[in-house]
Design a protein around this ligand. Structure first.
Ligand code: NAD
Ligand code: UDX
Length: 458
């Protein structure tokens, strides 16, 4: 019989890796195994070059690795060994067939469920960590119950709310931990086991238990509402540019209303990341499926507004650079979808590079952590792209700098030195509103922030 305190996580990605490393770090009496079919990834989890960049993660991994944290590609043996199995595989948007472009592609998730049934030799608690459509737990339960071995599986939902770049902090001190169960006595017992695991370090009042469907839906809704705030403020940034109102001032004044709150009101070139768009589109798909077209349209608008903001940004570049950027070198500062990560999934920089390529601009990209991912994302793009190892190389003979990511280091560069290397007139389009615009203007740049009046010499 496997030990009650052996936990397996299937999927060693951005969620599975950090989540399980923090659990291992906090719960010395549990054995934590992370399994993945990707051998390269598992190998790098066992070195100091982790497969993902997250501040503070290496220290956490190093403390637990080899003590009570183990990595393996032998998923089958790990299934046999564990009593609790977290499933944290990827659930991207479907690109084919019914629901293409909106619904979740559940093939990786279903393969995992079938693998658990095949390999298990004892009862298990299976915990959905991946973000999944509402009622997926029910489907998981049906697949698992199809076993002919008389084994019992309890399916729980425990969605993850960590944000990339702050994953370790979010896991060590979460706003809440959500655990949904089936409402049966066995389900309640299983919930208690997962509550006990988290209660090793999370205050009990922050651990919320619900029915399994509320838990699945809450995850989609949390992401939809966070993204909705960004689309709301981005829509107002466009309005500010027409009226000389200032988006930072509006954002501050609005956010000071304690009912609204100040977070997630930074105007930007657009939200990116592997979750927001995917999860909203999944919500839209589910609303359509349950015949709620008005609700579906309401949420879809959040994604459409984001696409508008990205296009609007490139239009602004084009119009202000005399309606032509053909063969002009444009330096992109940042390619990651946000600061403190190398992740570029759904980064606005990808779409913006495509639009710049359509205009036949020469693109120079610098990012402190995401250059390799940028190369991968733009591999098929017919464009003149220079991947640079420093911002100073990127601006060599460039006409403009476009701030794509809010990396802190971008604030501190010697912009006078950068200006000297550039063609004149030199432009800065600050897609994150992080720079000192007045200072840049005084150096000689023509500065175009978001949602604020430009500062221009031409
Ligand atoms: P990821 O792509 O980084 O990792 C998923 C891993 O699962 C991959 O390494 C893949 O090789 C592995 N995998 C797929 N099928 C497998 C199988 N059959 N057996 C073993 N391993 C398998 O994805 P992620 O970003 O970690 O996201 C995982 C889930 O968590 C998704 O549902 C996502 O929506 C959700 N989520 C992500 C974040 C985030 O910030 N990235 C935050 C909260 C929730
Ligand atoms: C998000 C959710 O925050 C997290 O709870 C969930 O588990 C996964 O999805 P993540 O995508 O990693 O996390 O990062 P997040 O900080 O939410 O940023 C998403 C995007 O929105 C980034 O492109 C970011 O730059 C952008 N953003 C964020 C803004 O444009 N303005 C803001 O005010 C905040």
């Amino acid at each position: 019989m496997p030990s009650e305190k052996t936990v397996l996580c299937i999927g060693a990605g951005y969620v599975g890796g950090p989540t399980m490393a923090v659990i291992a770090d906090k719960c010395h009496d549990y054995k934590i195994i992370i399994a993945d079919i990707n051998e390269e990834k598992i190998n790098s989890w066992q070195t100091d070059e982790l497969p993902i960049y997250e501040p503070g993660l290496l220290e956490v991994v190093k403390r637990a690795r080899g003590r009570n944290l183990f990595f393996t590609t032998d998923v089958n043996s790990a299934i046999k060994e564990a009593s609790i199995i977290f499933v944290s595989v990827n659930t991207p948007t479907k690109t084919f067939g019914t629901g293409a472009g909106k619904a979740s592609n559940l093939q990786f998730w279903e393969k995992t469920a079938r693998n658990i049934v095949e390999q298990a030799e004892s009862d298990k608690i299976v915990v959905e960590k991946s973000t999944l459509p509402v009622r997926t737990a029910e489907a998981m339960h049906r697949i698992l119950s199809s076993n002919q071995k008389g084994l019992k599986f309890e399916v729980l939902s425990n969605p993850e709310f960590l944000a990339e770049g702050t994953a370790v902090k979010d896991l060590q001190d979460p706003d809440r931990v959500l655990i949904g169960g089936m409402g049966t006595p066995e389900g309640e017992k299983a919930i208690q086991k997962i509550v006990d695991l988290y209660a090793s370090w999370v205050p009990r009042e922050k651990i919320v238990t619900t029915n399994v469907w509320s838990s699945e839906l809450s995850k989609l809704v949390a992401n939809a509402m966070l993204a909705q705030r960004i689309s709301s403020i981005n829509s107002i940034s466009a309005f500010c540019e027409k009226t000389d109102a200032n988006i930072k001032e509006v954002s501050k004044a609005v956010g000071m209303d304690s009912r609204i709150g100040s977070k997630f009101l930074n105007a930007s070139v657009g939200f990116g990341g592997s979750c927001f768009k995917k999860d909203i589109l999944n919500l839209v798909y589910l609303c359509e499926y349950y015949n709620l077209p008005e609700v579906a349209k309401y949420w879809e608008q959040v994604v459409l507004m984001n696409e508008f903001q990205e296009r609007r940004f490139v239009q602004k570049v084009l119009v202000n650079m005399f309606n032509s950027i053909t063969e002009k070198r444009i330096a992109l500062f940042g390619f990651a979808f946000k600061a403190d990560t190398g992740d570029t999934r759904e980064s606005p920089a990808i779409y913006i590079s495509e639009l710049l390529a359509e205009e036949k601009a020469e693109i120079a990209i610098y990012d402190p952590k995401a250059i390799e991912n940028a190369k991968f994302d733009l591999a098929g793009l017919d464009a003149d792209i220079d991947y640079c190892s420093s911002p100073y190389t990127a601006v060599e003979n460039a006409h403009a700098i476009l701030i794509m990511t809010e990396w802190n280091e971008f604030r501190d560069y010697d912009y006078k030195k950068l200006f000297e290397k550039m063609k004149k007139p030199a432009f800065v389009f600050d897609g994150r509103n992080i720079l000192d615009h007045k200072k840049l203007y005084n150096i000689g740049f023509n500065v175009y922030p978001l949602g604020m009046a430009p500062l221009t010499h031409v």
